[in-house]
Design a protein around this ligand. Structure first.
Ligand code: PLP
Length: 434
């Protein structure tokens, strides 16, 4: 048995079966440089999924490595948040300013799940309510609370949760009752539905609405711009807080705005973040209006949240994003790839939709005969891309969406290379299925 085959066998023996690996022949990534990774067999891949949107400015970035090495050289890997930590204060100041939330305060966690858990706790505590609103097709994490606000059965098959959740319409616009509605009409229908849910299905004192501006695991599906501003007007009338989950959409990835919610023209009460901020180091957090954050005095600290090494990585990463205006680069490269994919899709029967914004885009695939979701198509496209040296991700309510979230540092040449591989792979899969 090869060493690789042996590692796979050991993985299957000790890791949970639901931690499914990508590809019929899973790969072991052993190296990374720039926007590429190398596997144990020495094959190089352009990485359009960067972990899971984690290595947002690529691999082995000198600025990040040096910041982390400087921190390691002090001997302080961890002390405690009970002491003053310069890196933590500096990062919190930047995020508070960038968030646009007035009088904002920041609390650091180690993951997106923990960040959302904290945000929900904050809201529930402020409003003395366990009732929450969430979106259909959403994903917010793997804890008991966040699974309760996840509207995607593939990721949340619990029939119970500590939270009392009502799911709203937003990105699930393909339902037959919404066919033919323009954006404004659809938003009106959604707002009427929200009012109806509040009046008839809740006791009225709902804590919060939690929503992703663009749904990540849901397949990069999005509600029409403006929906969350319209929802917020109603929420404000009831004192209900709005949590924007920016775990996938933050830091300029969507190109149009620094946080995904910017496209809706509304400032949330609370935002959560994680994934790319540490460029691979574990950093998550919550930013919220000060009086809300301070209200949670019952909970002290997260032992590893805001640790000095993660803060060094995150400060260096965020500075890099801002100094190089990577939001503008995301807009530019995203436009090239999305328009290229749309042009190719016109001759491809398996493509139901190309969608996205900035460097967050996806191809939804459907069976050409029935028009129904067909997950094997997504698996086949992933394999075809891998064979050609491109890593991508999968998602969608039915596992029929191939998602791409390249590093924000993507160059013109890499965008062209990725687009060419995607187009060629789509054509090959299309030929095999039609
Ligand atoms: N929220 C969103 C939108 C996510 O996409 C994810 C992870 O994919 C999470 C929360 C959970 O983050 P983590 O896996 O860091 O706990």
């Amino acid at each position: 048995m090869s060493e690789h085959a042996n590692l796979l066998r050991r993985h299957q023996a000790v890791m949970p079966s639901w931690m499914a690996l990508n590809y019929s022949e899973p790969i072991e990534i052993v190296g990374g440089k720039g926007n590429r990774v190398t596997d144990a067999e020495g094959r190089s891949y352009l990485d359009f999924f960067i972990g899971i949107l984690t290595n947002m400015i690529g691999y082995d970035v000198p600025e990040v490595r040096e910041a982390v090495e400087r921190q390691l050289a002090t001997g302080v890997v961890h002390t405690s948040t009970a002491y003053l930590l310069r890196g933590q204060v500096e990062l919190a100041e930047k995020i508070a300013r960038l968030s646009g939330i007035p009088d904002a305060k920041v609390f650091f966690t180690n993951s997106g799940t923990e960040a959302n858990e904290t945000a929900l706790l904050l809201a529930a505590y402020a409003r003395r309510s366990d009732q929450v609103l969430a979106m259909r097709q959403s994903y917010h994490g793997r804890s008991f609370g966040t699974i309760g606000v996840t509207g995607n059965r593939a990721w949340s098959n619990l029939s119970y949760s500590p939270l009392n959740t009502h799911f709203l319409h937003g990105a699930d616009r393909q339902l037959p009752q919404f066919a033919g509605l323009g954006d404004d009409e659809y938003i009106d229908v959604c707002v009427a539905d929200l009012k109806h849910v509040l009046a008839t299905a809740t006791s009225g004192d709902v804590a919060a609405l939690i929503a992703e501006p663009i749904q990540g695991v849901g397949g990069f599906t999005a509600a029409p711009d403006g929906l969350f501003a319209a929802y917020k007007e109603v929420l404000d009338e009831h004192g209900i807080l709005f949590i924007s989950d920016e775990v996938q959409t933050g830091w300029g990835r969507t190109g149009a705005s620094f946080f995904g919610i910017g496209a809706h023209g509304v400032t949330p009460d609370i935002m959560t973040f994680a994934k790319g901020l540490g460029n691979g180091f574990a950093v998550g957090g919550v930013v919220a209006r000060g009086e809300l954050m301070d209200g949670l005095h019952a909970v002290g600290l997260a032992t590893f949240g805001g640790n000095p090494v993660s803060m060094a990585a995150a400060n260096a990463t965020l500075d890099y994003v801002l100094d190089h205006d990577l939001q503008a680069n995301a807009a530019k490269q995203g436009e090239t790839i999305i328009s290229g994919l749309r042009a190719a899709a016109e001759r491809l029967a398996i493509v139901k939709e190309v969608r996205g914004r900035g460097l967050m885009f996806a191809v939804e695939l459907a069976d050409p005969a029935s028009g129904k979701p067909h997950p094997p198509l997504a698996a086949a496209l992933m394999e075809a891309c891998k064979e050609r040296g491109l890593l991508v991700g999968k998602g969608g309510l039915y596992g029929n969406v191939v998602r791409m979230a390249p590093p924000l540092t993507l160059t013109d040449a890499e965008a062209a290379e990725g687009l060419a591989i995607l187009t060629d792979s789509l054509e090959t899969v299309n030929e095999a299925y039609t």
